[in-house]
Design a protein around this ligand. Structure first.
Ligand SMILES: Cc1ncc(COP(=O)(O)O)c(C=O)c1O
Length: 360
């Protein structure tokens, strides 16, 4: 087998090797069932046990209260952009959106198809390089929606916004379970799995019971949260492999020490990279210091040709996925939960030799 390299991809992203090794075994036989994980019926005893264990681990890791459901849906986080307003934004009502990047903008676009959107704050004036300090909430709004980590722009809310209502919704696709989360502050938390939780194709939704019941019963059955809540995400065939793999990732997170330990490890990795960038004569981080993401570290040289040259050097050295998103340019190091600290060290070493070379 070829050697694995350091994968800085923003998503789908690196997964823990021990998770992949266990999954490899399960492809041929899940435990001693003689049937692979991809081949098990979702109604059978073996898969139901997998499902129950995945949900239980999810609840344990995040301390999810009993009045919240854990759903495993399909259609990516992008489908939540319309499913949320379809269920929660009745005609004539207003929803608040905090706009801190391209994904929040996509969520706004979808919500506008169903009701009035009030932009509570926006950092578009400076190409989304910061998290606004304040947000203006509409009294009586149906809900408030924000993106906790902006994958493309490398910014992250250090803490949830100052919102006092009971319907705060977060798109946590790129930082879910990277740090502890107080679920009781939220009406709903959702995330595509493919960055911190598992493979593409499954979307984790943690939603409070009263929110589930707000949706009109006239919506298509598959688009009502209550359908999935009542049927343990098995109204139709769920993404069985994704649920299985998420369970393995949860077990791995638990072994690392849970979300508190994950946060310590993630901060260590990110802070050493930012520290190098802050002192670099060649590279500079693009996010404002108080808004920096612990998951996606974005940086530039200030010269597109030099950026390209650096990216080519990293690729030759076995560091993949460092090219920044086209709307920001430069470089982006995505260092999610499963990204090894040794990969950050390798990147810093390459930066150091590049800096020396530039000084000549
Ligand atoms: C913050 C955020 N939200 C939403 C999405 C879209 O997710 P999906 O591709 O699962 O629809 C992404 C994808 O990168 C993301 O980073």
């Amino acid at each position: 087998m070829p050697q694995r390299i350091f994968n800085f991809s923003a998503g789908p992203a690196v997964l823990p090797v021990e998770v992949l090794e266990e999954a490899r075994e399960s492809l041929l036989s899940l435990g001693n069932t003689g049937i692979g994980i991809l081949e098990h019926s979702h109604r059978g005893k073996a898969f139901v046990a997998v499902y129950e264990e995945t949900e239980a681990l999810c609840r344990e890791l995040a301390g999810i209260p009993a009045n919240y459901k854990v759903l495993f849906l399909q259609g990516g986080a992008s489908s939540q952009f319309f499913m949320i307003p379809m269920n929660l934004l009745q005609q004539g009502a207003t929803a608040d959106y905090l706009v801190t990047g391209a994904w929040s903008q996509s969520a706004v676009k979808e919500a506008q198809k169903f009701g009035t959107v009030h932009i509570s704050c926006s950092s578009e004036d400076q190409n989304f390089s910061y998290i606004p300090g304040t947000a203006e909430f509409t009294p009586g709004a149906a809900y408030a929606h924000f993106t906790s980590n902006n994958t493309i722009f490398g910014t992250q809310f250090a803490a949830p916004p100052d919102y006092t209502g009971d319907s705060l919704i977060v798109d946590a696709s790129s930082d879910i379970f990277s740090r502890p989360i107080d679920v009781s502050r939220y009406g709903m938390i959702y995330a595509g799995a493919q960055k911190n939780l598992g493979p593409a194709g499954v979307t984790l939704v943690i939603v409070r019971d009263d929110i589930i019941e707000r949706g009109p019963t006239t919506l298509p059955t598959m688009l009502q949260y209550r359908t999935h809540a009542k049927n343990q995400s098995m109204y139709n065939t769920p993404p069985t492999f994704g649920i299985y793999l998420m369970g393995l990732v949860f077990k791995w997170i638990k072994k690392q020490g849970g979300l508190t330990a994950m946060e310590t490890i993630n901060r260590e990795k990110a802070l050493k990279l930012y520290q190098h960038l802050d002192n670099s004569p060649v590279f500079k981080p693009t996010a404002r210091p108080d808004s920096r993401s612990m998951m996606n570290v974005t940086f530039v040289t200030g010269n597109a040709e030099l950026d390209d040259k650096f990216i080519k050097i990293t690729q030759k050295a076995g560091l993949d996925g460092l090219k920044g998103h086209r709307s920001v340019g430069g470089m982006r190091a995505s260092i999610y939960n499963a990204f090894p600290s040794a990969g950050v060290d390798a990147l810093i070493e390459i930066m150091k030799s590049f800096e020396k070379e530039q000084a000549l």
